[in-house]
Write a protein that binds this ligand. Sequence first.
Ligand code: IPM
Ligand code: MN
Length: 361
Amino acid sequence: MGRRYRIAELPGDGIGPEVTDEAMKVVRTAAEVFGFDYESVRYDFGGERFLRTGETLPDSAISEFREFDAIFLGAIGHPEVAPGILEKGILLKIRFELDLYINLRPVKLYPGVPCPLVGKGPEDIDFVVVRENTEGLYSGAGGFQYKGTPQEVSTQIHITTRFGVERVVRYAFELARKRNKKKQLHLVAKTNVLTYVHDTWWRTFNEVGEADYPDIKREYAHVDAACMWFVKNPEWFDVIVTDNQLGDIITDLGAAIQGGMGLAASGNLHPGRVSMFEPIHGSAPRYTGQGKINPIAAIAAAGMMLDYLGEAEAAQAVEQAIMNVLASGRIRDLAAGRMGYSTSEVGDMIAAELRRLGSSS
Ligand code: IPM
Ligand code: MN
């Protein structure tokens, strides 16, 4: 039996379908070149469907997703739907219900990509943020009292469990070992203010590191300082582990220093189970259907998906194809409408490069 995978596609809203098409074009090419097979099923969950039917993501879809090896998500977010509904009802629901406790976000500057940091190049920007993905301020715990009155009280509870922290910290230590670069793991938190929840992080980080990862150097940065170091000394970082909200924030900064949201990809993982891959960018509704958006973040997310599925060679080739196309300077500017090519032409370019790499290997 050959290698065969089941992939659920959720193109979502806005430019989500356009970039998903290009990501899947590259997956199809990789399958041909590297000799695996896959079956994909498309789901139309997103803003349009919600406006039509009132449904975000039914529980039955979650059960169906469990039968897949991976989920590919384009983008979620619709200008006519109030903030929070689709995010909580679709994206966070998938992360939580499938217990995708790791949000893996590489920050890597590729040659040929303009970096906004003066004097920094590809040798300086190559780290990975491991964001906790099921707890913290994203847990949804909290509520209102006396809502709409002058006495209004609201709470949003930062839920932190030893179990939840330990599993993501262990993953991050393993990753630092596997990367075999600086052999270093940074905890990013705010232990001087969040003296309960981040104390759990601090103790877990040190206990696990001391007991099981003596070969990995432990470093710590407060989140505000980490933002400064991202800009001043990004070369200090190798692997970073952090909580859900801080990880959300610092990875947008990470995307900016690697050349923009158009390049940043992520994987929502539960090792050994169905996991979800997505570009970090949003649905950019005003560009919908115009073919102006750069699909590279989505294609990079597809590369991460192939790696997760066990197709390491194909994954490396996808990354190399992206790097070669970027380094060639053919794409004038990565911003929407300024590439000098359409979304699908950029997808074609990367697919062709992948084919070339595959046939010469
Ligand atoms: C991200 C996004 C989401 C998050 C939103 C859309 C809920 O910003 O994946 O980074 O905050 O996690
Ligand atoms: Mn975000």
